[in-house]
Design a protein around this ligand. Structure first.
Ligand code: SF4
Length: 335
């Protein structure tokens, strides 16, 4: 299928999110449908955001919204304008202990995948700053570095997905996303500029072992991220078939429940051991999966659901929960 591009309208771009379960946010804004990075493991197409709109996407020229993930992008250009109106009228803001009232860009696409999405993202962040909202950016693209003037803000944290540092492997697993080496350089630029940072070591391929986690963590710690999220590749929806189609040897093992769970548990132990060795356990945040319930003790699993991260935000006078200390902005810019 040829790449299909276009625009679409959305009634309310500010969606309440269940991602406080992972310590990420209470709201999400997705500035587009589809993602040109087309990572083979991506499970966004199996979420309601795409599943519920299959026929609509097909009517717009997408042959198979599941298997053609990565070959369509519909921009939501009206978001900044609509968001400003919504936030001007909004009186109640959702705060959970683990979501901390944060707005995430994005959960279902990459906010900086090209110049057009980057422009919408920039304008959206400007609106969020105007309304004093906490913002979390999550991207695989170094393009955000062009917005450092905006992103160096104590109420914004920028995170990149960096599951490993192997550029060659990345071409197989996430062939259209910028290389991990470029992502690392972008994070370094953000660190040097004084941005608040976090890293998502996600999703890691099943063959990664203790030595690789140790190396990855030690490199990432050079950037002093406030939190380091981790999860392995999980098979969801059609991602197993897309990984197989990409010729990934490990795809089959991820698709078997036992093999996947055993690998998850093994990697979990390995990354915790590496974090202990590197003295960064307080920053490591595990994204567990409910499907592990027969493979790890319930208490170990439950300890990670809805757990607040160790991140600190500017105190917010509108938050019913807010007892977080003010960030010392000087200490961030002087790192
Ligand atoms: S960048 Fe994120 S949203 Fe886009 S395909 Fe990759 S995992 Fe999915």
């Amino acid at each position: 299928m040829k790449v299909v591009k276009g625009t679409e309208t959305i009634v309310n771009p500010l969606q309440k999110s269940s991602l406080h379960k992972k310590g990420l946010c209470d709201y999400v804004i997705n500035i587009a449908s589809g993602c040109l990075h087309g990572c083979t493991f991506c499970y966004v197409p199996s979420t309601p955001a795409i599943r519920a709109r299959q026929s609509e996407l097909m009517s717009r020229g997408v042959e198979n919204p599941q298997l053609d993930w990565g070959k369509y992008l519909f921009l939501r250009q009206e978001i900044p304008e609509k968001l400003d109106i919504i936030l001007s009228r909004k009186r109640i803001w959702n705060y959970t202990p683990s979501g901390k009232g944060v707005v995430l860009l994005c959960s279902g696409t990459d906010p900086y995948q090209n110049a057009e999405t980057a422009l919408i993202t920039r304008q959206t962040i400007e609106v969020l700053i105007k309304h004093q909202k906490r913002v979390r950016i999550l991207t695989r693209s170094p393009r955000w570095v062009k917005d450092l003037d905006l992103l160096k803000n104590p109420n914004i944290t920028v995170g990149m997905s960096l599951p490993h540092l192997n550029d060659h492997l990345s071409r197989q697993i996430e062939p259209y996303a910028p290389l991990p080496s470029l992502r690392f350089e972008a994070l370094k630029a953000g660190y040097e500029a004084g941005c608040r940072l976090y890293v998502a070591l996600a999703p890691t391929p099943p063959e990664m072992d203790y030595e690789e986690f140790h190396h990855l963590l030690s490199k990432v710690l050079e950037l002093k991220p406030e939190v380091i999220f981790w999860e392995p590749i999980n098979a969801r929806g059609t991602n197993g078939r897309r990984m197989q189609a990409a010729g990934l040897d490990f795809a089959e093992s991820v698709m078997s429940r036992d093999a996947w769970a055993n690998s998850f548990v093994h990697q979990w132990e390995a990354i915790e051991r590496a974090a202990l060795e590197l003295d960064c356990t307080e920053r490591l945040h595990i994204w567990v999966d409910a499907e592990l319930e027969h493979y790890v003790p319930a208490s170990k699993l439950q300890a990670w659901f809805y757990r607040p991260t160790c991140e600190r935000w500017l105190a917010d006078p509108y938050s019913p929960l807010d007892s977080y200390p003010l960030i010392d902005v000087e200490s961030i810019s002087n790192r």
